[in-house]
Design a protein around this ligand. Sequence first.
Ligand code: ATP
Ligand code: LTN
Length: 333
Amino acid sequence: MIGDKKIVYSAVQPTGCITLGNYVGAIQNWLKLSEEYNSIFAIADLHALTVRQVPAEYRQRAMSFFAQYLACGLDPEKSIMYFQSHVPEHAELTWILNCFTYIGEAQRMTQFKDKSAKHTDNINMGLLDYPVLMASDILLYQTDFVPVGIDQKQHLELCRDLAIRFNNLYSPTFTVPEAYIGKQGAKIFSLQEPTKKMSKSDPDVNATVSIIDSADDIMRKFKRAVTDCDSVVRFDEVNKPGVSNLLTIFSAATGKTIEELEKEFEGKGYAQLKPAVGEAVAEKFRPIRERYDEYMKNKDYLMSVAKSGAEKARSIARRTLSKVYRKVGLVEG
Ligand code: ATP
Ligand code: LTN
């Protein structure tokens, strides 16, 4: 990379639509960090193949995600953006790192256990190998910081362990990355089951809000959000998970602190809180939705950004991979 700025890397799998959870937990921090550091953001299209996808829809969705990245304000002049599958070094490094990962380590991952329980008919090797591919993504670019939601912390720990193990066995090869987890909104919960994380692949459309939902849909979803039976607006994650989630979202959308919002809603009930949160979120996402529509009309532009992103990414990734091949003793080609 240019200069000696630290490197930031992250990715999202193209499943469902980018949600409010993804935005607050990850993308909002990407935007902030990309102002200060060298940043690389990928569409993790190899990762999402670990669950069944319909090919034609999948291709469309990956493009739509790329447009959503740009619509969120990520700038191809400042960040490298590309599709993971366009950079073969990811799969190549994964093979090498597989030979340094213990099966027990991979089986212990919470996400593997959750996804195995959810897709009992398709517990494939990719699902187990998922965190190794993620480690390869990160390590190929000598990444310093990885902005993600708290649910990815365990994968980050495994990535660090692999980097340290490899560096100790050979010589310093990989930068050991750190997770960057924002204080606010590290975890946004489902609007329908507020003890469960908001997830892109949730089949209940009322549980999640997408960054490209219409204002009407956003308002409707917030009005239906599950709360509790008293009506005091107070942040208490144990006893009032629904209201606490709404306050976290409200705070993320407006920049006001939770305390300020509690005060603002003193003596008011949920009937006032819910539409107010809905309006704040709809307003926050309105420009994103408008820009998204524009980008989707210009697929050639999207492809040209993705192509030049992949070229830049490859030139960095190739350097790391060559180093790794040399260190493990492969004959140089
Ligand atoms: P899926 O339902 O397909 O597993 P997901 O919604 O969990 O998808 P990922 O692609 O796994 O989304 O995650 C993309 C990024 O968004 C990651 O950095 C992840 O930590 C973050 N993220 C996902 N869900 C939330 C959430 N509810 N709150 C905060 N951050 C989140
Ligand atoms: N597993 C991540 C997506 C992901 C990722 C990465 C995140 C794939 N590769 C590299 C950070 C860095 C998830 O959020 N489910």
